[in-house]
Design a protein around this ligand. Structure first.
Ligand code: MEV
Length: 316
């Protein structure tokens, strides 16, 4: 079997992180930053990479053992190339789970697996990485584009691909500003919100309901190319995430300081102690904002959308 390569994009949650764990919708988009996983018969895998790959390998092997009990499952060598910043809310683990599931399934079966199969195995691996994830991250890394996602039950998720792209007037103004890797893992942040919910059930329900409205408003803003609606939703989203306690005081201050340049919200699980991962930022004047970020040595990356999700990379 020749080497098999799969590529999967990062993701950005435009609205609804954390609320999506409680059955509220989230609007997520594929990001044009990628992880590329290659599997081949000969060579040695990096032991650390192999250790981190265990939940994905296990998910794929369990699936294949049930379906094809006779099949011999000798582990191929795994190599990875990655340009997704790690552990900062851009879905690096979900992209890895999607790309590796795709590559392994293709390697063992000798044909391209369906995205639905890749997604369900990537979700199993994500549960090992993060405890009780909603499945929104792996779903976006698998399908790409704009995804309206809602987890109704563990066994039923509504995945609606919006047949639209982020309008150019919005996309061209977006930046992703790096506030640093959170000290807490996604699993810890999800747990902290659960603790907050149990201590403040009425207040949290209220925040989650507002979050749902904001996410829906954001969908309409995207479809109608309504920049003001988009910015307003980002702003509201950020203040709700602050209320849920997933933004550190330092990062709230950064967003406040950047107000003269535009509006932003953290994206992903966030972080309370210091870094909160990436801020999704709409810049009124992008060049001016970039000058400010460079002068103040604040790292950022440009935003480009991905439309394809996980993909087999045919060797040329
Ligand atoms: C993490 O990227 C997004 C969260 O909503 C968790 C999840 O959806 O599983 C915080």
């Amino acid at each position: 079997m020749p080497s098999i390569t799969y590529k999967a994009p990062a993701k950005v949650i435009l609205s609804g992180e954390h609320a999506v764990v409680y059955g509220k919708p989230a609007l997520i988009i594929g990001l044009g930053k990628y992880i590329v996983v290659t599997v081949c018969e000969s060579g040695d895998s990096d032991p650390q990479l192999l250790e981190g790959s265990k939940p994905v390998i296990e998910a794929v092997h369990n699936y294949l053992q049930k379906k094809y009990p006779e099949k011999e499952l000798k582990l191929p060598t795994i190599t990875v190339q990655n340009d997704i910043p790690l552990g900062r809310g851009l879905g690096s683990s979900a992209a890895f789970a999607a790309a590796l599931s795709g590559a392994l399934l293709h390697y063992y079966l000798g044909e391209e697996p369906s995205k639905d199969t890749i997604n369900s195995l990537a979700y199993i691996a994500e549960k090992h990485f993060h405890g009780t994830p909603s499945g929104a991250d792996n779903t976006t890394c698998c399908y790409g584009g704009l995804i309206f996602f809602r987890k109704e039950f563990e066994f039923l998720k509504t995945i609606s691909a919006l047949h639209a792209k982020l309008p150019e007037i919005i996309e061209s103004k977006l930046l992703l500003i790096d506030t640093g890797k959170p000290e807490e893992s996604t699993m810890e942040m999800v747990k902290q919100v659960r603790i907050f919910y149990n201590a403040n059930p009425l207040k949290t329900d209220e925040i989650l309901n507002k979050m749902e409205k904001t996410t829906k408003r954001l969908v309409v803003s995207v479809i109608k190319e309504d920049v003001n609606g988009f910015c307003d939703s980002l702003k509201k989203n950020q203040s709700m995430l602050e209320e849920l306690g997933v933004v550190s005081p330092r990062v709230s201050q950064i967003i406040e300081k950047l107000q003269e340049f535009g509006v932003g919200k953290i994206t992903g699980a966030g972080g309370k102690a210091n870094g909160s991962g990436f801020i999704l930022f709409y810049a009124y004047d992008k060049d001016k904002t970039i000058r400010y970020l460079n002068n103040n040595i604040i790292p950022f990356i440009e935003f480009t959308q991905d439309f394809n999700g996980v993909q087999y990379q045919k060797s040329s």
